[in-house]
Design a protein around this ligand. Structure first.
Ligand SMILES: [Zn+2]
Length: 145
């Protein structure tokens, strides 16, 4: 196999993986995936008072909108990559550009998610925040495996 062929197969696998992630996201209901545990704790485990609950609802509403917009952008980028692969059948300039765009979109989604985690933490009392921090560490270390 020559290098081009290997690269092409790698890209197809990459697209398939991203497609899989996107599909998984849409099939799973409610909570934003990587933070599902965090949200379970936030919504049920920290005894939020009425004011905090209202604040959290507002944060979730804002985040859901931003996340949806970013996911739509990511899907468009995936479609662009698929078209580029069909057009070039190699790791040509269109394919490279499409991959770069996907990385940017994924980075944005991660940044937004982190910002959301910190926004949620900001509404907590110190005792709640301590428990939240433990859950954050746990969620992050579980994911990096
Ligand atoms: Zn949230």
């Amino acid at each position: 196999m020559d290098v081009r062929r290997i690269l092409l197969i790698a890209f197809i696998a990459f697209v398939a993986a991203i497609g899989g992630v996107a599909t998984g996201r849409y099939l799973l209901p409610a909570p934003h995936q990587p933070n599902a545990e965090l949200h379970l704790l936030l919504h049920h485990g920290l005894d939020l008072d009425v004011k905090q609950q209202a604040q959290l609802d507002e944060l979730e509403r804002q985040f859901a909108l931003r996340k949806k917009a970013l996911e739509m952008a990511l899907r468009a980028d995936n479609a662009r990559l698929a078209a580029a692969i069909q057009a070039e059948h190699s790791a040509g300039p269109q394919v490279r550009e499409a991959v770069d765009r996907i990385h940017v979109a994924m980075g944005e989604l991660q940044k937004e998610t982190l910002a959301h985690v910190f926004a949620m933490r900001a509404i907590l009392r110190p005792d709640q925040a301590a428990r939240f921090d433990k859950a954050v560490v746990k969620a992050l270390t579980a994911e990096s495996r």
